[in-house]
Design a protein around this ligand. Structure first.
Ligand code: UD1
Ligand code: UDP
Length: 366
């Protein structure tokens, strides 16, 4: 019996780790599975835990208003120490590139507990873009024993850094496992009803390096395009970060065909994604979900660690300049050939069975 602990703390980690929690728990003869949430996010994390029916065994409850990287790192590092001493796991699984994952992996390294990195090997090779995520993901990979790489590209990134081939497993992305169960043809929602006479644009934005002037430029570009196209409506389920909220309300309030709403539950968000016309975002996970649904995405960032979606044609990196976003957004609305090119569905991030593969690698059924 292997004692597996999963540590996560933000919305996207929860969306991609809860299906794995449930998969491991379905093998009680092989695994004793425990869940430690850091609470780096609160409401946005709890929303996901509820949807997947996951009840944490430990909750570090670290979130503070406008927390800094220092706050999150120190709190998660010291509090994880106590949890490791109490639970004595054989292996700890962390996900992706958040500060929760970095600090939890560092705690495991200090306590000499093996780490498995789910969504290992993504790279931009620029430590400041995305910041601090590129540092976090590289650091977690430095101390990991198991690398669960979502794609061949991520496997190759790890090999290029000299990580041992026998420890790298290409599994697909566990986020696609979640998507496989959420999208429903009979899904209904009042906001989709409101937008049913128009092309629907879905917007999200939150990245730390975009806060401040870049985010204002993004929102100004979106507003200009919305005001020039009266057959378009937009929904922006906004992140709970007060800095993001302030910027969005300053730039977008009063634009009647654009509604800023609270964060959607993941089931709702995936169905909005399935029904929308196109997406503007700086999010990571949405870049993986949209190609499977054939939804063009304008990625409002300078770099991406998800080149597979760019190669598939669904993602286009548009930076954070007002004029470039304005031009790319306008073109996608006005040029049907360009829209058609970008809306071919393809799924470079796996077949939706990544969790079962990870469980097998960790010893299920042995
Ligand atoms: C974090 C991750 C980022 C990930 C993102 C997903 C780091 C450094 N950043 O960034 O990689 O892409 O989550 O969304 O790990 N807040 C709430 N309630 C919530 C969640 C957040 O009020 O449920 C507010 C708090 O004021 C908090 C602020 O948002 O201080 C920022 O949250 P934080 O986790 O520090 O940064 P994110 O931008 O969410
Ligand atoms: N998402 C959600 N509700 C929303 C917006 C996004 O459930 O209102 C989901 C989305 O489907 C994706 C994940 O949250 O799975 C992306 O999270 P986020 O953009 O916060 O983080 P990132 O992926 O950039 O780290």
């Amino acid at each position: 019996m292997k004692k597996v602990m999963l540590v996560f703390g933000t919305r996207p980690e929860a969306i991609k780790m809860c299906p794995l929690v449930n998969e491991l728990k379905a093998h009680p003869e092989d695994f004793q599975t425990t869940v430690c949430v850091t609470g780096q996010h609160r409401e946005m994390l709890d929303q996901v835990l509820r949807v997947f029916g996951v009840e944490p065994d430990y909750d570090l409850n670290v979130m503070r208003p406008q927390q800094t990287l220092f706050d999150i790192t120190c709190d998660v590092l010291t509090k994880t120490k106590g949890v490791l001493e109490d639970a004595k796991p054989d292996v700890v699984l962390v996900h992706g590139d958040t500060t929760t994952s970095f600090a939890a992996a560092l705690a495991c390294f200090y306590a000499q507990v093996p780490v498995g990195h789910v969504e290992a090997g993504l790279r931009t090779h620029d430590l400041f873009s995305p910041w601090p995520e590129e540092f976090n993901r590289q650091s977690v990979d430095l101390v990991s024993e198991y690398y669960f790489a979502p794609t061949e590209t991520s496997r190759q990134n790890l090999l290029d850094e000299g990580k041992p081939e026998g420890k790298i497993f290409v599994t697909g992305n566990t986020g696609i496992d979640a998507l496989r169960t959420t999208v429903r043809p009979d899904y209904e929602n009042g906001i989709l009803e409101w937008a049913s006479d128009s092309r629907l644009i879905l917007i999200t934005a939150h990245r730390r390096e975009n806060q401040g002037e870049p985010m204002h430029r993004m929102f100004r570009a979106i507003r200009r395009v919305m005001e020039e196209h009266d057959d378009v409506k937009a929904v922006y389920p906004i992140h709970m970060n007060p800095v993001v909220r302030r910027a969005a309300h300053e730039e977008l309030d009063g634009c009647d065909r654009l509604r800023i709403i609270d964060p959607l539950e993941v089931l709702d968000f995936h169905n909005f994604l399935a029904r929308c016309n196109l997406v503007l975002t700086d999010s990571g996970g949405i870049q993986e979900e949209a190609p499977g649904l054939g939804k063009p995405v304008l990625v409002m960032r300078d770099t991406t660690e998800r080149p597979e979606g760019v190669e598939a044609g669904t993602l286009r990196l548009v930076g954070t300049g007002e004029e470039t976003i304005y031009a790319a957004f306008t073109r996608l609305l006005d040029d049907p050939a360009e829209y058609e090119r970008m809306s071919q569905a393809s799924n470079p991030y796996g077949d939706g069975f990544a969790c079962a593969r990870i469980a097998r690698i960790l010893g299920a059924g042995r």
